[in-house]
Design a protein around this ligand. Structure first.
Ligand code: GTP
Length: 414
């Protein structure tokens, strides 16, 4: 068994040249590349279950139909996904025929540095063999590395009716947990997802897998909660633009249609930028953004956070009467994200500056401080009794920022 890097997997298929997973954004300069110590995601499952297709569709913009004739993988393919600071990992595509008990399979090495193991089960096929392989893989991997997150993709569900999907998921979940219990591993948690490369389900599932590997997730979620509550936004996603996986969202539940709408918005903006953008490499720059009103009374708002990250929000038309406040709050949000990057970089460099953990703690504690003074400046848009829109300084911690308050106060402006 050879462990070669797949050179062909380092560019982004149909995306404009220069807008792939290129070098990290400038703010990461100086941070040593962590290479093999990046979180590793293993893609496992029987042959032809769809592992390579998933990887190609999600991270290399291959269209689902192009996967129809993919050749079977016969060696471990490593794919380095080094995008924004929050999206950095390796995906290892493990061939379906691999034997975990073979001496050439270095399970200590493979499972040892693994953050998540995705096991793909073909829901259109008989899955009994897949379930026994799943149990073998989980048992082996858990013995070596108890921290691994186990994610089961019940895949190719596009071929099943809605009732059949639910029934298949219930059956697989039941059997998989029973088998693990029989093997004395009932303490191991498996997460199940219904997926298909022919719709957004695979992106949604991958989003959730990747989020579990982002240590700053609670911080990001909190920042999103703050911006939505202060800007009359209904739902906000922080997207990795290239893959269209969302690396964080606010704490309200995710509705699949909203997610799809936001993905479509990214496509529209990228397409427009590529066609009419002034830069040769098209796509995103720090002025990228868009405000789209739909005839349903919904408004989509997209702003670039950095070269690979975008904030995409959904709001009601009456919630964007004062767009200035939203734009202003977005700037606070962008600065806050920037500070999270800085903290992360400092951590990566092992310096004793701001520590990412500290930020996470102070936000997560709900004690009122965001841990990030810039986010405390978020301006809250509220309707006063007389119907006026007023800008108030952030109520997240009660820390006053008189200047900002004065700037955004509608009465003062009048
Ligand atoms: N209907 C349907 N077909 C899929 C889906 N995902 C993958 N396929 C098809 O499944 C077949 C096998 O996909 P691969 O990605 O090569 O499978 P693999 O698991 O990597 O296979 P090995 O390399 O042999 O381990 C291809 O013809 C894909 O087009 C899906 O979501 N729905």
């Amino acid at each position: 068994m050879s462990y070669e890097d797949d050179q062909s997997a380092t560019y982004v298929g149909s995306f404009p040249k220069g807008f792939g997973y290129g070098p990290e954004e400038p703010e990461l300069e100086g941070v040593p590349s962590r290479g093999d110590d990046k979180p590793r995601i293993l893609l496992m499952g029987l042959r032809r279950s769809g592992k390579s297709s998933i990887q190609k569709v999600v991270f290399h913009k291959v269209s689902p139909n192009e996967t129809l004739f993919l050749e079977s993988t016969n060696k471990i393919i490593k794919d380095d996904i080094s995008n924004s600071s929050f999206v950095q990992f390796q995906i290892w595509d493990i061939p379906g025929q691999i034997d975990f008990f073979d001496q050439t399979f270095d399970s200590e090495y493979i499972f040892g540095g693994c953050g998540a193991l995705i096991f793909v089960i073909d829901a259109q096929d008989d899955y009994m063999e897949a379930l026994s392989r799943l149990q073998q893989a989980v048992t082996r991997a858990h013995k070596i590395n108890e921290a691994i997150k186990f994610e089961v993709f019940i895949h190719k569900v596009d071929g099943l009716s809605d009732d059949n999907k639910i029934e298949t998921q219930r059956d697989i979940l039941q059997r998989a947990t029973d088998e693990l219990a029989d093997a004395g591993m009932d303490n191991v948690q498996l997460s199940f997802y219904l997926t298909s490369i022919y719709d957004h389900s695979i992106f949604e599932a991958f989003s959730k897998v990747v989020q579990k590997l982002i240590p700053q997730l609670p911080v990001l979620e909190n920042l999103l909660d703050i911006i939505i509550s202060n800007s009359k936004i209904e739902k906000a996603f922080l997207f990795d633009v290239v893959s269209k996986i969302y690396i964080a969202t606010d704490s309200s539940p995710v509705d699949m249609q909203c997610y799809e709408l936001c993905c479509d918005m990214i496509d529209v903006v990228i397409d427009m930028s590529c066609i009419y953008g002034i830069r040769d490499d098209g796509a995103f720059d720090n002025e990228s953004g868009s405000f789209i009103k739909l005839n349903s009374g919904t408004v989509l708002f997209l702003r670039e956070v950095n070269r690979h990250l975008a904030l995409v929000c959904i709001l009601r038309e009456d919630g964007c009467e004062n767009r200035g406040i939203i734009e202003y709050n977005f700037k606070c949000f962008r600065n806050a994200i920037q500070e999270v990057f800085v903290a992360r970089n400092k951590q990566a460099l092992g310096r004793n500056g701001i520590e990412g953990g500290d930020i996470g703690l102070s936000i997560g504690s709900g004690g009122g401080t965001t841990g990030d003074p810039r986010m405390d400046r978020v301006v809250k848009s509220v309707h006063s009794d007389d119907g006026d829109l007023r800008g108030l300084n952030g109520t997240t911690n009660g820390i006053g920022h008189g200047v900002m308050n004065g700037m955004m106060d509608r009465d003062n402006m009048d």
